[in-house]
Design a binder for this molecule. Structure first.
Ligand SMILES: [Zn+2]
Length: 475
C-alpha cells in the first residue's frame, strides 16, 4: 500500500531533489570530520527548504542542524554523510573497480542515510505548516559516525536536551525496525616508550617498545577466554616503531577497541586491558601512556516508538523495487557466498527464508535475530532521548557491511527506492508523535524506566575533544 497517507505524499513531492542530493554526496566521499563539501550540500538544501540553520554544532564545523515549526514537541531526525576509507568503487557495476585508487567511498550508504533523514524532516516541516500544528522538527546533520563518534560529542554538548523524540534509519538489506542491539565501544591508543640502541652492537642497552606492544597483544589474547562471550576486543598497530630491524624500537603505538553489551560491562574490561598494558611495560622496562580516541554507548530500545515505527512499516510494505533493481541485485549477489546471504537472513531472525535478491517483506515486530555486533554513536543519543531506528533495504540481501558492493549500489534504483521509503517511515513516526501526546508520554516513560537503574554516564573522558580536521586536510 503506497501513499495513502498525506505525509507519504509530502515525501514523494520532494523526493527527486533528495535522490539528487544523495548522488552528489556519493560523488564526494569524505571521511571522519573532513565532510566539508558534504555538509555544504546539506546546508544548501536546508536553506532552500527554509529551515532555521545552526552550524558548527558542539564546535564541529561539519555538524549542522536545521529547525522548522514553532512551540510544541521537538522531533529530531538524525542524518549522516561520512564515507569510509579505501572503498572507492564505480557505481552500478558488479565487480570491484575503484574510481580513485585507494580512495574513499560510501561503503556504508551514508549518502542515502543523510539525504533520507533530511527528506523526512522536510516532509514533516511541510506537514506542520500545512496543518498549522504546534511542534518543531529538527534535522541533525551528524558527521564522523565511522570512527569519530561525533554524536557523543553532540550529546555531551547538550544538543539533544530539549528533544522529545529522535528518529533515524540505516541503509540495510532487510526491512525492519532496528532491534537496538549494538555494543558499547571505546577506542584507546596505547603508546609505549623505551630506549633506542643498535640491535646488534648494543642490544642490552635497548628497551623495545615494539616488544611491549607484542606482549600486550599476547596478554589480551589470553584475557579473551575470561571475558563475557558477547564482548569484543580488537587491535591495530598504528606505529610499530620504524622499519629498521637493526634499531631497537623506542616508541610504538597500538590502538585497541574494547566492546561490550553495555557501559557497565565495558568499563571493567577497559581496566583489565590497561593492566595488561602496564604488565607489558613492566616486563620490557618501557613506559606506557594511554589516550581515549572515541567512545560510544550501546543502543537503548524504546518499545512505544518501535511499535509506532512497525505500524508505519506494516502499512507501507516493502520498498517498490522493480525488475531492473532485482536484476542488478542478483548480479551483486553473484559476487557473494551462500553464507553471506544466509547470515543476512539469520541476523534478522528469518533463517531459512529465500526471497528475491531484494527484501520484499517486513520483519515482524519482536522477531529475535542474531544480534548485530557493531557499535554506533546513535547509542548515546538513545540514552538521553527516546530513540528509534529503521533498517530499510537499499542493497541486495547478503551485501556485507562496509564493502565495495555497498558503494557500487549507492546510486542504484534500489538505493533510491529504499531511501525514499525510509523517509516515509521516519516522517510517518514523527507525524504520529506530533499528533499524539500520549505516544510521546509513553516513549518517555519507557525511556525513564530503562535509564533509572543505570543513568547515562558519558563514556568519553571530559578532556577528550572531537578530533576536528582543518578544511585544508579535506580531500
Ligand atoms: Zn553506517
Amino acid at each position: 500500500m503506497q501513499n495513502t497517507e498525506k505525509i507519504w505524499q509530502l515525501v514523494d513531492a520532494r523526493k527527486d531533489a533528495y535522490e539528487a542530493l544523495s548522488d552528489r554526496v556519493w560523488e564526494i566521499p569524505e571521511i571522519c570530520y573532513t565532510e566539508y563539501k558534504s555538509v555544504a550540500e546539506h546546508r544548501a538544501m536546508l536553506e532552500e527548504e527554509g529551515f532555521r540553520i545552526t552550524e558548527n554544532l558542539a564546535g564541529i564545523p561539519t555538524a549542522i542542524m536545521g529547525e522548522a515549526g514553532e512551540g510544541g514537541p521537538v522531533i529530531a531526525i538524525l542524518g549522516e554523510y561520512d564515507a569510509l576509507p579505501g572503498l572507492s568503487q564505480v557505481a552500478g557495476i558488479a565487480e570491484p573497480k575503484e574510481v580513485v585508487p585507494g580512495g574513499h567511498g560510501h561503503g556504508c550508504g551514508h549518502n542515502m542515510l543523510g539525504s533520507a533523514a533530511l527528506l523526512a524532516a522536510t516532509a514533516v516541516k511541510n506537514h506542520l505548516a500545512a496543518q498549522g500544528i504546534k511542534g518543531r522538527v529538527r534535522y541533525y546533520g551528524c558527521p564522523a559516525e565511522e570512527g569519530g563518534a561525533a554524536k557523543v560529542f553532540m550529546v555531551r554538548a547538550g544538543l539533544f536536551e530539549d528533544v522529545d523524540v529522535a528518529i533515524t534509519w540505516h541503509p540495510a538489506a532487510i526491512n525492519r525496525v532496528d532491534d537496538a542491539m549494538s555494543l558499547a565501544n571505546t577506542r584507546i591508543d596505547f603508546t609505549f616508550k623505551g630506549r633506542a640502541s643498535h640491535a646488534a652492537a648494543a642490544p642490552h642497552l635497548g628497551r623495545s617498545a615494539l616488544d611491549a606492544v607484542e606482549l600486550m597483544n599476547v596478554g589480551v589474547n589470553y584475557m579473551r577466554e575470561h571475558m563475557p562471550s558477547d564482548a569484543r576486543i580488537h587491535y591495530a598497530m598504528l606505529d610499530a616503531g620504524g622499519v629498521a630491524p637493526n634499531v631497537v624500537q623506542a616508541t610504538a603505538t597500538v590502538r585497541y577497541a574494547v566492546r561490550a553489551r553495555d557501559l557497565p560491562g565495558m568499563r571493567p574490561l577497559i581496566e583489565r586491558v590497561k593492566k595488561v598494558a602496564q604488565g607489558a611495560a613492566l616486563m620490557t622496562e618501557t613506559s606506557v601512556s594511554e589516550k581515549v580516541v572515541s567512545a560510544v554507548s550501546n543502543l537503548l530500545a524504546n518499545t512505544p516508538l518501535e511499535q509506532a515505527m512497525q505500524r508505519q512499516l506494516d502499512r507501507l510494505g516493502a520498498p517498490p523495487f522493480d525488475a531492473a533493481d532485482r536484476k542488478y541485485a542478483a548480479e551483486i549477489q553473484a559476487t557473494l557466498t551462500p553464507e553471506d546471504i544466509a547470515s543476512a537472513y539469520a541476523r534478522a531472525g528469518m533463517a531459512g527464508r529465500k526471497d528475491s535478491p531484494l527484501c520484499d517483506f517486513i520483519v515482524p515486530y519482536g522477531t529475535k535475530g542474531a544480534p548485530m555486533m557493531g557499535s554506533t554513536d546513535v547509542g548515546d543519543v538513545s540514552w538521553v532521548v527516546p530513540t528509534v531506528q529503521a533498517r530499510i533495504a537499499t542493497h541486495a540481501i547478503g551485501t556485507p557491511g562496509h564493502s565495495w558492493q555497498i558503494t557500487a549500489q549507492g546510486k542504484s534504483g534500489q538505493a533510491k527506492k529504499g531511501m525514499v521509503h525510509a523517509a516515509k517511515v521516519m516522517a510517518g513516526v514523527a507525524v504520529d508523535a506530533l499528533a499524539d501526546p500520549a505516544l510521546i508520554a509513553r516513549a518517555k516513560a519507557d525511556h525513564k524506566a530503562r535509564t533509572e537503574v543505570t543513568p547515562y554516564d558519558c563514556p568519553l573522558p571530559v578532556d577528550v575533544k572531537p578530533p576536528i580536521q582543518p578544511r585544508s586536510n579535506a580531500a
